[in-house]
Design a protein around this ligand. Structure first.
Ligand code: DCP
Ligand code: MG
Length: 357
């Protein structure tokens, strides 16, 4: 499942001040330079009807508000974070595994718990009710057979609902959509794809992967192509507030440190994004190893000061891996991952770019 809260900041403001309910509302990140400089963090649905949306400048939004009916409120991120934390706690009660992706969005793996889509729907309704009962805001749940499908399912049915996409629906519904609707594809990529005659997600799914790699680079090409085919092997990474991790299954089992470690830069980028989003640094790192015998083992270290960039400590990770391999001469590695923890919050001002998804 992917659960995304509906017009989150605005919904929290409406809940806090019921007088705002149902009227157009925009939550703003003021830059402080001049009175109206800054951007819209989010707008509630009545304000969206006027064309106001996230990322737009406040000035432009005010122009769209011809009749002066929109309330413009400053963002109170600390408060939204508290609400978000409570909601994330609720999710964790219902999931086998849980991964928060942003302040208002999380994946829940309920495979073991539910086994069928029917059971997953019942569980999703329970979660939607629990969130509404305790915080008075609505969310949209997408249910699918992997992460990208769940994400697309929620995207298609916002707000305040639940959507299931099975294999059949993926072909019938998702692959018929314009390619720009695929999660992660922005305007630039869409234009490149249009040049190849790719208009729908289905077109992309059938397109030659080799050619796509030349146009978009291998990583993106492979990701978009897989997603267009409904393929996504990313797992819901269990992580609590105290640590985060990223793991992969190696193409071949190995004891070669270079081979095992290859691709860790990508891990670093993903974890960095999550750190930046929460505006935190870290003090501990660890490698996670799953052996061919399916035993999970970790080996870690602690820094004396808070670290900012994961990429900068990759050599330390590599050292941990090399030490591990020499200490465990019989272990052959099947899955490898890195973990960070010991988080510390940075107190600097955040910018809107920090929320980009
Ligand atoms: N956000 C932000 N700047 C952006 C996008 C989002 O500050 N450019 C903040 C405000 C949102 C929150 O993050 O409330 C969650 O982002 P979503 O993209 O999920 O948007 P909403 O929850 O507001 O709306 P939706 O109902 O479409 O999910
Ligand atoms: Mg949302």
């Amino acid at each position: 499942m992917l659960i995304d809260l509906d017009s989150f900041y605005a919904a929290v403001e409406e809940k806090r001040n019921p007088e705002l309910k149902g009227k157009p509302l925009a939550v703003c990140m003021y830059s402080g330079r001049t009175e109206d400089s800054g951007a819209i963090a989010t707008a509630n649905y009545p304000a969206r009807e006027l064309g106001i949306h996230s990322g737009m400048s406040i000035k432009q939004a005010k122009k769209l508000d011809k009749e002066n009916i929109v309330r413009f409120l400053p963002a109170d991120r600390d408060y939204y974070k508290q609400v978000s934390d409570r909601i994330m706690e609720i999710y964790q009660r219902y999931a086998d595994r849980f991964e928060q992706v942003s302040i208002d969005e999380a994946y829940l793996d309920v495979t073991e718990k539910c086994r069928t889509f029917e059971k997953a729907i019942k569980l999703a309704e329970k979660i939607r009710k629990a969130v509404n009962d305790s915080e008075g805001i609505t969310c949209t749940v997408g249910i699918g057979y992997n992460k990208i499908v769940a994400k697309m399912a929620s995207k298609l049915k916002k707000p305040d609902s639940l959507n299931v996409i099975d294999h059949n629906d993926f072909e019938k519904i998702i692959q018929k959509l314009p390619v720009g609707k695929l999660h992660g594809i922005g305007e630039k990529t869409e234009l490149i794809l249009k040049d190849f005659g790719i208009r729908t997600i289905g077109d992309l799914a059938k397109f030659d992967l080799g050619k796509l790699k030349m146009a978009l680079g291998p990583t993106k090409a492979e990701q978009f192509w897989n997603h267009a085919n409904g393929i996504d092997e990313e797992e819901v990474e269990n992580e609590d507030k105290k640590q985060m991790s990223k793991l992969k299954t190696l193409k071949e089992n190995s004891r070669d440190a270079d081979y095992i470690f290859a691709g860790s830069e990508e891990f670093a980028e993903i974890l960095q994004k999550r750190l930046d989003e929460r505006n935190i640094g870290f003090k501990t790192i660890a490698i996670i190893i799953v052996t061919t015998g399916l035993k999970t083992k970790t080996k870690g270290m602690t820094f004396s000061g808070t670290q900012k960039t994961v990429k900068a400590v990759l050599p330390e990770y590599k050292k941990l891996l090399e030490e591990y391999l020499s200490e465990n001469p019989d272990d052959v590695i099947r899955r490898f991952g890195i973990r960070i923890g010991g988080f510390d919050e940075f107190k600097e001002q955040r910018t809107l770019a920090d929320f980009g998804k």
